[in-house]
Every structure is written in C-alpha cells, then in structure tokens.
Design a protein around this ligand. Structure first.
Ligand code: 5RP
Length: 212
C-alpha cells in the first residue's frame, strides 16, 4: 500500500467520522486506495451499522474484518459513498479504468442524494480526462451491436479478453474518442441499447476529494 493512498484514506476517515454513527450505512467502492480505507476500518468496525459495496472483492475484505455488507435492496439510504478513480479533472469529473469487476454497481454512487467522496493521489489529477480508453460495460449479447455503434461515433472498441464483471457482463475498451465534454459523451454512450454504464463520471462528479 502506498503512503499517499493511506494518507488519502486517513483524511477521508477523519473527515467523515464526526458525520456518521452506529446507524449509518456507508457505500464503499473498489481498488487499492479503497482497500487502504477498508484497512483503517479494521480498528473501528463498530463505527457504522454496515456498508454496501461496489464489488465482490471489497465485500470479501469488509466481511473479513467483521463489517456487515448489505444488499442495496435491503436498505433505505446510503449517505456517503467512498471510492477511488483513475483520473480526476479540475471540475471533479472522473474517469475510471475499471480494472476491477465492479462497474454497474458503481451506479450506487451516481445517486444524487449521496455524498460522493473520492480518495486520490496527486498524479491522477489531470487537466483533461482521457489518457486511457473509456471502459464500456455491455450485455454480452449486445456486444457486437454496441461495438458497431461506438465505431460509428468515431471510436475503436476493443473487447477486454477473459474479463467478466461481477454482474456477468463484458467490457469494451473504447479508444479514438476524446473526452471534450464528459457529460455529453457519458450520456451518448449510455444511450446505446445494451450499454450498462461507462467509466466517465461527468453527470455524477465527486463532491469532495481527499488527496494523499
Ligand atoms: C474501481 C475503480 C478504482 O477506484 C480505480 O481504478 C482506482 O483504483 P486504485 O485505487 O487501485 O488506483 O475505478 O472500479
């Protein structure tokens, strides 16, 4: 675990501690930075009632340290959602690689009423999003159709081989399209039938970032 990631996680925990109580449900994302946050929760598992998690990987880690992981269907509200990102722009819009099998479940954090905190290291702050392909989660049966649509938009979609998300979907990594307007590109990609979600978080940006 890098010191910067641990520092970002510690800052976030210090910040939210006074805002939560033993009845709170936290949303927890996925990735090595989030893992640092989970590690810190080890010393205070009773801080919250439980969590919802964006991936099976985070769920396992959380359960290992004795934290209850709820299904989103079984709870009323998640007040805070904590996640990492791979690029973050000045206006706090994000771009994620989705190397983990989480994707569609990150939709939790796109809910407007939740406060969305992102743990970050300095090197991921960019003036413009898009230095790696945009991951697009698709229903397997719609993969070719979606790929043709993305090609019509001017992009080059490439199937991520041997990779299935926790929800059983596939990923097309889309290159050749610049992210000039994150909101309109995110919306345009998501409007293709068969697309579950994509790695641009422009519609639901971070509310606050913690830089380690
Ligand atoms: C999970 C993600 C991660 O938050 C993102 O990839 C950052 O990962 P890391 O904290 O390991 O650098 O998007 O889907």
């Amino acid at each position: 675990m890098s010191d910067a990631k641990i520092r970002a996680a510690q800052k976030a925990l210090d910040y939210i501690k006074p805002k939560i109580n033993s009845k709170s449900i936290l949303g927890i994302g996925t990735g090595s930075t989030v893992n640092c946050f989970i590690e810190l929760l080890k010393s205070c598992p009773a801080l919250v009632k439980g969590v919802v998690s964006s991936s099976d990987a985070s769920t396992r880690l959380l359960r290992d340290i004795g934290i209850d992981v709820f299904n989103l269907n079984d709870i009323d509200e998640v007040e805070f959602y904590i996640d990492g990102a791979d690029e973050i722009a000045d206006d706090l819009s994000l771009h994620k690689r989705w190397r983990w099998c989480t994707y569609a479940r990150e939709n939790y954090c796109k809910q407007p009423l939740r406060t969305f905190y992102v743990l970050q290291i300095k090197s991921k702050i960019v003036s413009k999003l898009g230095c790696f392909p945009i991951p697009v989660e698709v229903l397997s049966q719609a993969r070719s159709f979606v790929a043709r649509k993305l090609t019509t938009m001017g992009g080059t979609p490439k199937l991520r081989h041997d990779f299935i998300t926790d929800q059983g979907n596939e990923i097309l990594d889309l290159s050749g399209i610049t992210i000039d307007d994150p909101i309109s590109l995110e919306t345009k990609i998501n409007s293709i039938p068969g697309v579950i979600d994509n790695g641009i978080f422009g519609l639901r940006k971070a509310d606050k970032i913690f830089i380690g």
